[in-house]
Design a protein around this ligand. Structure first.
Ligand SMILES: Cc1cc2nc3c(=O)[nH]c(=O)nc-3n(C[C@H](O)[C@H](O)[C@H](O)COP(=O)(O)OP(=O)(O)OC[C@H]3O[C@@H](n4cnc5c(N)ncnc54)[C@H](O)[C@@H]3O)c2cc1C
Length: 504
């Protein structure tokens, strides 16, 4: 299968790597002329860390980490208000955390596939057309080529999304802030740290990069949605927004490079569908969560991995696309909601909000609160979902393996799958292969009740497969609340369970 990927960023390169591993032929087009060595720093953990580990990249990335020992909040004289050691962040993430420059991760992903996958730099799409059998892409050099599938991994301002799904304005949800970043030599004595200074409606952060004596800035301020700002206008806008700001802000603005400022709005992307025929989207292109979630990079890798795995597991690309979307969409939507709620606390709008932020920082950024912090910032890895759809699922019969702790996102995936089947069938039959059940969260239990209420009448047959003592009990308890008929099958009778479900 020949698959065109538009965008050689984190999602695109990860997807290309895994498609190649699974014996498919990905081709990547990337609009920039080569690898970039600029940009910003990212916290990298969760799904992304798991995928990078599977690619054998972690040891190399560890040697290229950002050189910050702590994240601190300072007052206008630079005196510390609150501080979190990076070691605490590592503890929160169970040691599976790396602060990285975005380009370092991108370069590592590129090197992992450079010998095997064709990457065409300086190339972009200008038109896309598709039939039931293929997708034809027209490039900005005027040439055209036909592929089996096209995946848009071209970031928040996705070109593929614009060509196939509609204008950005249909899907963009502005969170009320603009950000800007640039690199400068460390004339300010920041050292191995990440320091933030906040005033109502605006914040400036400065942190060590992975290069000696270089720091990266992160400006964030409340502003109306100004869309794309041309490079020449960025520095004047930044100076206007941060006029009279305390701490080292005047020096930073005096030293800012005129032509190398990253500037963008803080905007989430939400789409009703991530798939249109033979075209699908991945990463920020369909589910940008913004920097406030701190998980865009991690989820870009995780989502791309799940998409590649689905295309490998299912012969039918349409099913693979649905499985991918149903599994990842709830994960993205949950994180988007958290980021939206957290946005106001990130850069408070008033003096009072600022005082509350200071108190919270002093209180929470400690070892004793690592559980709370993990809940707020840590996202469970999408590679470790308790509920995994079995590839043997077929028209009207959905089968899942249950291994671990069910979460609300698992019920959301299940609902999406079942609703999908009910669009063309009167009822659905379910199989649950139970490996282990590590207890259910309270919200997930509530989702279980909701699921039963919503779909109980539509679930005709329910087969529970497993040798655990309680698997028999689950089958008994399922009727009539969860299904019209239910039966328990020992593990060695898995085939019989499928057969029972497939016969009327
Ligand atoms: C300041 C900042 C801080 C962040 N901090 C974090 C963090 O701490 N943790 C975290 O996990 N995430 C963080 N993120 C988010 C994270 O960087 C993104 O979510 C992630 O990069 C998304 O990956 P992607 O591959 O979807 O898009 P990108 O990485 O943006 O890649 C898209 C690629 O597509 C290319 N492209 C664009 N248009 C075209 C076209 N027309 N044709 C061909 N190619 C094209 C681009 O050049 C780029 O290479 C942060 C983002 C910002 C801006």
């Amino acid at each position: 299968m020949k698959i065109l990927i538009s965008g050689g960023g984190l999602a695109g390169l990860t997807l290309a790597y895994w498609l190649h591993q699974y014996g498919m032929t990905p081709v990547v087009i990337e609009q920039s002329d080569g690898l970039r060595h600029d940009g910003y720093g990212i916290d990298f953990f969760g799904s992304g860390y798991d995928v990078a580990e599977k690619m054998g990249l972690i040891e190399q990335l560890k040697t290229q980490q950002i050189k910050a020992d702590y994240v601190g909040y300072v007052n206008e004289d630079g005196k510390p208000i609150a501080k979190m050691e990076m070691d605490l962040m590592r503890k929160i993430m169970n040691g599976r955390y790396l602060p990285l420059m975005h380009w370092i991760l991108e370069e590592a992903l590129y090197q992992a596939l450079a010998d095997d996958v064709e990457v065409r730099f300086g190339r972009s799409l200008t038109a896309v057309s598709q039939t039931a059998e293929s997708v034809t892409a027209t490039f900005d050099d005027g040439s055209s080529e036909t592929f089996d599938l096209l995946i848009g991994a071209d970031g928040i301002h996705s070109n593929t999304r614009g060509l196939v799904f509609g204008p950005e304005s249909d899907f963009a949800h502005y969170l009320g802030y603009t950000i800007a970043c640039f690199a400068v030599p460390d004339h300010y004595g920041i050292g191995q740290a990440w320091k933030n200074y906040t005033e109502p409606k605006r914040q400036v952060g400065v942190y060590a990069s992975n290069q000696d004596d270089e720091v990266i800035t992160l400006f964030m301020w409340e502003a109306p949605d100004e869309g794309h700002v041309p490079h020449a206008e960025r520095l004047p806008r930044l100076r206007a927004a941060f006029d009279d700001m305390g701490w080292i802000t005047p020096q930073l603005l005096a030293d800012a490079p005129e032509d190398a400022i990253y500037m963008d709005t803080v905007t989430q992307i939400k789409m009703p569908e991530w798939v249109n025929g033979r075209v699908a989207l991945v990463g920020d292109a369909c589910g940008c969560m913004t920097l406030i979630s701190g998980q865009g990079a991690s989820m870009a890798l995780g989502s791309a991995y799940i998409l590649a795995e689905a295309l490998h597991q299912y012969d039918d690309f349409a099913t693979a696309f649905r499985v991918y979307e149903h599994q990842i969409r709830p994960e993205i939507e949950t994180r988007q909601e958290k980021a939206r709620d957290f946005a106001k606390a990130f850069v408070p709008g008033s003096e009072l909000g600022l005082q509350v932020q200071k108190v919270m920082m002093k209180l929470l950024l400690r070892d004793a609160f690592k559980g709370v912090l993990r809940k707020q910032f840590g996202g469970a890895s999408v590679l470790n979902r308790a509920l995994k759809r079995l590839p043997a699922s077929s028209d009207g019969v959905l089968g899942y393996q249950l291994d671990g702790k069910l979460r609300d996102v698992d019920y959301q995936t299940l609902s999406l799958d079942v609703t999908d089947v009910l669009a063309t069938h009167d009822h659905v039959n379910l199989l649950l292969k139970m490996e282990s059940l590590e207890g259910i969260d309270l919200p997930a239990m509530w989702d279980d009740v909701q699921f039963g209420r919503e779909y109980g009448r539509s679930v005709h047959k329910f087969a529970v497969v497993g040798d655990q003592r309680w698997s028999d009990w689950v089958a008994k308890a399922a009727r009539p609340f969860y299904a019209q008929q239910s039966r328990h099958f020992p593990e060695k009778e898995l085939d019989a369970a499928w057969e029972w479900l497939r016969t009327d």
